[in-house]
Design a protein around this ligand. Sequence first.
Ligand code: SAM
Ligand code: SF4
Length: 333
Amino acid sequence: MTQVNSTKSLTDRFGRTVDYIRISVTDRCDFRCVYCMAEEMKFLPHAQVLTLEELEQVAAAFVSLGVNKIRLTGGEPLVRRGVIKLIKAIGKMDAELAITTNGSQLEGMAGELKQAGVNRLNVSIDSLQAERFKEMTRIGKLPKVIAGIDAAIAAGFDRIKLNAVIMKGRNDDEVLDLVNFARHKGIDLSFIEEMPLGHISEHNRAEAYCSSDEVRQLIEQKYALQPTTEKTAGPSRYYRMPESESRIGFISPHSHNFCGDCNRVRVTVEGRLLLCLGNEHSVDLRAVLRRYPGDMEKLRQTIIDAMDLKPEKHEFNLEDEPQIVRFMNMTGG
Ligand code: SAM
Ligand code: SF4
């Protein structure tokens, strides 16, 4: 395991402490969700991708700087070869470990992930209709994902949350079905507003946009939603429903800007430290890792200096061409 001394914490120019990182461990995926990727995608050559050892060093450097929550994402993190080795190494660090997954590999991996030290899982599921699920993911098989969710529940993670991106005319008629599914399984569910990341010619984001308020109104036709002050490290605003342990969350980058209390940064699989999901400000950690192999102090100092670049807020605009040209699979959700 990578050893470093802990001395500093990470604070940006606006007084926000960064204690949460999301690391993308691959840009590849076994799905092609319509809002996330184009049908034909070109993935990174291996030489540009951080090795598992480099990813571990990055995680260790952040933990030594006070980060106490790490989320592994992608692309689909569970399709990266050797990912369990990385997860075991990060699982031993002094930080909560979470993974965001499309669930395709969970049926076979849930127990192993729990043993490796994963505390929380987010599983993305946008439809409970097999045909539609296949259309929206272009590839995915719904029964496999549901079997994965059941395996995760059986494995006993601290918390499991479903994520659903709701799009007008595509799956907005399934909001209550998704809520009922989460209630039945006794797990949480967050609804995400689609973000304009990357240009996808066959998908009109402005037309598909469905605000969190619209989703909330659909739910309230059946269940009263009580706002809670509960927070996780992420941007969800949570509500509780009567007679259920499940929480309903809303991630609303358009309608409720969450930048004011942003505590997160992201590292892409190319080792680009992204200071904001909705801006291009970044620092090349791969260059430091490869120019000064094993020099943890250099890496730590680069990360500390990068905090000065964290912008105040994101600038998303659905009507114009996306200002952010990278796709979500590059960014890490
Ligand atoms: N493959 C994994 C998955 O699907 O959960 C992890 C990576 S994925 C990029 C992480 C999350 O980002 C998913 O919940 C996905 O639905 C969401 N996502 C992808 N593209 C998005 C976009 N343009 N706007 C909002 N959410 C998006
Ligand atoms: Fe893959 Fe996740 Fe993007 Fe869907 S949202 S294409 S599962 S990375």
